[in-house]
Design a protein around this ligand. Structure first.
Ligand SMILES: Nc1ncnc2c1ncn2[C@@H]1O[C@H](COP(=O)(O)OP(=O)(O)OP(=O)(O)O)[C@@H](O)[C@H]1O
Ligand SMILES: [Mg+2]
Length: 338
């Protein structure tokens, strides 16, 4: 692949960014976080290294998550982040001039932001660049033939948003988005711990509690517990506390009510023929939220439909970019060799 033009797929997620190169597979999979030196404005860490700094930074360091709630909250930081990713590609000898780049973004990213990302790619020398909604690429990555005259429904529970859509004939027919997703759950856990235990915890601790105890199961045969540390808000001193799984489940159930209602809204807006297809084929769950314990049975009960969990919910979008890259710009025609 050295020195050649290639096809590059980028999943620019609120929480994670992934890069795929044809012939090489997924070559980058790191958190969407960047750290700057406040004085020099120079980038000092990116990805996992920068995420490890979150909540631990001092006055001279600025740790930024450029995307928030499915939108670009800091365009300059997003550009710097992408710049870093592009530099990484240059290191593996990708010839930008001859390459095609697809950036898959959250559904709420505006056209202005999309243009800015396109311009950035042009600045590094990539002439052929296009932007797509991640839900479409995710559906392909999860194994759906989106080009068929057949309705398919996807619920992508990411970090910033849960995107729900019905696809047919190569494009989205109906879609809705809610900010009730991974980051929201982290924030709700932080709020709960503050209210119930009078304790302040950092983002990372909240996410760990979520991953260790998060569940949508109706009955918990053996209730798990998790011990975490933080700062006591009364004394101001460090302390340790234990939280039970049922407490976290209550937070999840409240949040998922909104996701269920959004899914119902999408179903209600779907044309009858597509509704019939969804009834027969069910719904696919994608994104990090697909890894939550009991998510399949939960939606089966709530929606009375078949639910499947994507095989690789965290990499499905970037995997799906492969096919969109083959058919640059024309999604109505299925590429011949797939
Ligand atoms: N086992 C798990 N249980 C619960 N949540 C998880 C698990 N593993 C990952 N997550 C959560 O999934 C989210 C990341 O998912 P994903 O990579 O799909 O998001 P993203 O694509 O970056 O975000 P978006 O699509 O909203 O822009 C994070 O909030 C993370 O904490
Ligand atoms: Mg995503």
């Amino acid at each position: 692949m050295a020195g050649k033009g290639v096809k590059i797929g980028v999943d620019l997620g609120t929480v994670n960014t992934l890069v795929y190169i044809n012939g090489q597979g997924v070559i980058y999979n790191e958190p969407s976080v960047i750290a700057f030196d406040r004085k020099t404005k120079k980038c000092i860490a990116v990805g996992k290294e920068a995420k490890d700094m979150v909540g631990k930074e001092h006055d001279h360091i600025d740790v930024i998550k450029p995307l928030e709630g499915g939108v670009i909250s800091d365009l300059e930081a997003t550009k710097a982040y992408l710049q870093y990713v592009f530099e990484k590609l240059e290191h593996i000898n990708v010839k930008f001039k001859k390459s095609t780049l697809l950036i898959c973004c959250p559904s709420e990213v505006t056209n202005i932001e999309k243009n800015a990302m396109g311009q950035l790619a042009t600045q590094v020398g990539i002439r052929d660049v296009f932007i797509e909604e991640e839900i479409k690429a995710g559906a392909i990555g999860a194994g759906i033939d989106i080009f068929a005259p057949q309705g398919a429904m996807i619920i992508d529970i990411g970090g910033g948003t849960s995107d729900i859509g019905v696809l047919a004939l190569g494009d989205l027919v109906v879609s809705e988005s809610t900010r009730i997703a991974g980051n929201y759950l982290d924030n709700q856990i932080t709020k709960y711990v503050k209210m119930k235990y009078n304790m302040a915890i950092g983002n990372k601790t909240a996410e760990t509690i979520k991953i260790k105890l998060g569940t949508l199961k109706e009955t918990l045969e053996e209730e798990k517990e998790y011990a975490f540390s933080g700062r006591n808000l009364k004394t101001g001193l460090p302390c340790k506390m234990t939280v039970k799984q049922s407490e976290i489940r209550d937070i999840f159930l409240r949040a998922f009510e909104t996701i269920t209602n959004t899914a119902k809204k999408v179903l209600q807006q779907s044309p009858p023929e597509l509704a019939a297809d969804i009834f027969n084929d069910g719904i696919i769950i994608n994104g990090g939220g697909a890894l939550i314990e009991g998510v399949q049975a939960y939606f089966e009960n709530q929606l009375n439909l078949k639910i499947k969990i994507a095989e690789n919910p965290l990499t499905a979008i970037v995997e799906g970019s492969k096919l969109l890259l083959k058919n640059r710009g024309n999604y109505l025609v299925k590429p011949a060799d797939v």
